[in-house]
Write a protein that binds this ligand. Structure first.
Ligand code: ADP
Ligand code: MG
Ligand code: MG
Length: 198
C-alpha cells in the first residue's frame, strides 16, 4: 500500500473518532464508565501524531506499530483489544493484500481479539460488529454494503444483554443501549471503507 493511502486511512480514522468522541462517551456513560470517547480519541490522535512514521512502513509493519501505539495510549479494556486487532492484522496480512488475503487476515485478527477478551459474538461488544463485517468481506459485499452491515450490527447491540466488559456488571440494565465499542468499530469500518473507495 502506498504511503499516501495509509496516511489518508489514518487521518480518516482519527477524524471520525474525534468527530464522534462525545457520542462514544455518552454511550459509555449509559452502561459503562464514560471514558470510551476520550480513550479512543487519545489513542487515534497519538497514531495521527506519528502518521508519517507509520505510513512509510510496509503495511504489515505499519499495522503492528499502530496496534502497539493503541495499546500504549487508548487504555481501558478497549485499548488492548483494538491494539490486538491491529497487531494481529499486521502479523497475518501481506504487504499488498488482495480481497481474499485481507479477509483471511481480518478473520485471524478477530480470533486474536476474542482470545484476548475471552469473548465471542452475542456478548454486546466490538466483536458483534467485527464478525458480521468479516462475513460481509467474505461474501464479496461492496464497501457501501459493508458500511451498512457494520451500522446495522452496532444497532443490533441495543437489545443485547452485556456479558463482557463493564456493561456486564449491570446485567439486565445493560439492555436498551448501544455498546460503545461496537459503535466505534462501525465508525472505523466506515472510515476505512469510504477512504479505500475514493
Ligand atoms: P473500559 O470499559 O475499561 O472503560 P472502554 O470504555 O474504552 O474501556 O471500552 C469499552 C468497550 O470495550 C466495550 O464497549 C466493548 O465493546 C469492549 N470490550 C470490553 N470488554 C471486552 C471483551 N472482553 N471482549 C471484547 N470487547 C470488549
Ligand atoms: Mg469505559
Ligand atoms: Mg475505563
Amino acid at each position: 500500500m502506498a504511503a499516501s493511502d495509509l496516511s489518508r486511512l489514518i487521518a480518516a480514522a482519527a477524524d471520525t473518532i474525534a468527530a464522534h468522541a462525545d457520542e462514544l462517551t455518552a454511550l459509555d456513560q449509559a452502561i459503562g464508565d464514560g471514558d470510551h470517547g476520550l480513550n479512543m480519541k487519545r489513542g487515534f490522535e497519538a497514531v495521527r501524531a506519528e502518521a508519517d512514521t507509520f505510513a512509510v512502513k510496509p503495511l504489515p509493519e505499519a499495522l503492528k506499530a499502530i496496534g502497539t501505539k493503541l495499546v500504549m495510549t487508548v487504555g481501558g479494556a478497549s485499548g488492548p483489544l483494538f491494539g490486538t486487532l491491529f497487531m494481529a492484522l499486521g502479523k497475518e496480512i501481506s504487504a499488498e493484500p488482495d480481497r481474499a488475503g485481507l479477509t483471511a487476515a481480518f478473520g485471524k485478527a478477530i480470533e486474536a481479539v476474542a482470545a484476548r477478551g475471552k469473548s465471542q459474538t452475542g456478548q454486546k461488544t466490538m466483536l458483534d460488529v467485527l464478525q458480521p463485517v468479516h462475513e460481509a468481506l467474505a461474501e464479496g459485499k461492496t464497501a457501501a454494503e459493508i458500511v451498512a452491515v457494520a451500522d446495522r450490527a452496532a444497532q443490533a447491540t441495543v437489545p443485547m444483554k452485556a456479558l463482557r466488559g463493564r456493561a456486564s456488571f449491570l446485567g439486565e440494565r445493560s439492555i436498551g443501549h448501544m455498546d460503545a465499542g461496537a459503535r466505534s468499530t462501525a465508525l472505523l469500518v466506515r472510515a476505512v471503507a469510504e477512504t479505500i473507495e475514493r
